[in-house]
Design a protein around this ligand. Structure first.
Ligand code: HEC
Ligand code: HEC
Ligand code: HEC
Ligand code: HEC
Ligand code: HEC
Length: 290
């Protein structure tokens, strides 16, 4: 945000059912939303200064809330009451909390986490274990095909080998401690989606989307880092045209698979074979915000 102005197209987004308002600035043109709105309503605000967008959102939210209150309790607010002043006060008070929250959200590391690569308690290397030793992802992340979440391996999985290999390694001391005490390893989570986004690993992995599409060449990383923005625009780029991103399901953990010469034909075949939903479903709000 430059000079308090949003450089992008901004919209207020209202959920018709819950009356919860939110606002968003995106690079997408407005008509990109139009066919998929469902029970959402958009109000374009162009490039208003950021504080005015927040104030407008609060104003509309309050207006709706007041309307609901009025119809339920007609005597609390007599007809002659002038709501202008209380509303203005509420809007200012609300804005005081609302705006900083939004600014904090926009500036939080989650929104710009490409390259995030924290040092882990044990210098576990995917380049060694996957790239050199050739372990399959599912040996350790074994729920990835069945559940929304890709589990991390328990210490037992490491000890399958490390009771015999490198038993005196200092780097492996925390693993041996965890094994002895029964306390699980505290790995630092790298990829973090906001709570209001629904994501599901199994839905992708069982429909031919490879790990490498979203996590990059993990098999070459000494230390895992985030390589994709995980932003809404990024998800939608693929959801609008998933064909070229599909592969046979038995290749999802193969990091170096390529489509070969007849890629367009393969894309069409796989779209049909895996019964991939149409673009309207794939890009509708409720697919990812449930
Ligand atoms: C021998 C076990 C093992 C294998 C095999 C393995 N991983 Fe991992 N993976 C781990 C451990 C332990 C962590 C947590 C520590 C870290 O981030 O390095 C992890 C972390 C990750 C993360 C980051 C998770 C987060 O916090 O966001 C991703 C992504 C990942 N692995 C993908 C893969 C992929 C893709 C493969 C196959 C190409 C794979 N892993 C194979 C053990 C394994
Ligand atoms: C299939 C067997 C196998 C599994 C399972 C396995 N490792 Fe390893 N690991 C090895 C081998 C082999 C080496 C390297 C040997 C060498 O350098 O010659 C190694 C090396 C390491 C090293 C380097 C240690 C050093 O001192 O250089 C670390 C750290 C490590 N592994 C952590 C882990 C963790 C954490 C897990 C569980 C998530 C794990 N490994 C699971 C086989 C395994
Ligand atoms: C369509 C994109 C996509 C694909 C394909 C994908 N992941 Fe992920 N992965 C993500 C996202 C997004 C997150 C963060 C999820 C969250 O924070 O809720 C994540 C998180 C993880 C984590 C951390 C634990 C978790 O579930 O939050 C691991 C481990 C992981 N992925 C491994 C894998 C492996 C292994 C594969 C392939 C078998 C794979 N992923 C395929 C997008 C993907
Ligand atoms: C590389 C392509 C790709 C990317 C990137 C991607 N997806 Fe998907 N997504 C797919 C495909 C393909 C499916 C399977 C659709 C089907 O079964 O019809 C899918 C399915 C889903 C589903 C399940 C839909 C259902 O009801 O069956 C959800 C939820 C979802 N994606 C959310 C996300 C989110 C959130 C992101 C971004 C963090 C994301 N996806 C990124 C390709 C992708
Ligand atoms: C393919 C998945 C997907 C679809 C479809 C989708 N979203 Fe999102 N949305 C996301 C993800 C992922 C984020 C989190 C982005 C981030 O953290 O940077 C997000 C964030 C948002 C935010 C918060 C933005 C902000 O600035 O904090 C709003 C509001 C939103 N989406 C509304 C919508 C609406 C309205 C629709 C339908 C027109 C929609 N989304 C469709 C994945 C999706």
């Amino acid at each position: 945000m430059k000079n308090g102005k949003c450089p992008r197209r901004c919209v207020l987004i209202f959920n018709r059912q819950s009356a919860i308002g939110n606002w968003q600035c995106s690079d997408l043109p407005l008509d990109a939303y139009a066919p998929t709105l469902g029970h959402y309503r958009l109000r374009p605000v162009g490039s208003l200064p950021v504080d005015r967008i927040a104030a407008e959102a609060v104003r509309l939210k309050l207006k709706k809330a007041m309307k609901n209150t009025q119809s339920e309790m007609p005597f609390v607010f007599p007809k002659w009451a002038n709501y202008a002043l209380p509303l203005a006060v509420l809007a200012v008070v609300g804005g005081m909390f609302y705006l900083p929250t939004l600014v904090a959200l926009a500036a939080s590391p989650k929104a710009t986490a490409v390259g995030y690569s924290p040092v882990q308690p044990v210098p576990y290397s995917h380049a060694l274990h996957v790239g050199k030793l050739g372990l399959d992802c599912r040996y350790c992340h074994n729920t990835v095909e069945k559940t929304p979440f890709a589990s991390l391996p328990p210490t037992q999985t490491c000890m399958n080998c490390h009771t015999g290999v490198l038993t005196k390694s200092a780097a492996l001391q925390p693993i041996r401690d965890s094994w002895a005490s029964g306390k699980p390893m505290q790995w630092i989570k790298i990829h973090n989606l906001a709570q209001y986004v629904y994501f599901n690993h199994a839905a992708h992995v069982t429909h031919g989307v490879g790990c490498v599409e979203c996590h990059g060449r993990i098999d070459q990383m000494e230390q895992v880092r985030q390589v994709q923005p995980l932003s809404m625009g990024w998800c939608l780029d693929c959801h609008r045209d998933p064909g070229p991103h599909l592969r046979p399901v038995d290749q999802v953990t193969n990091m170096s698979w390529t489509a070969g010469t007849d890629a367009p034909q393969l894309a069409n075949d796989l779209l049909a074979k895996y019964h991939i939903h149409d673009t309207t479903y794939m890009s509708s709000c409720s697919t990812c915000h449930r």
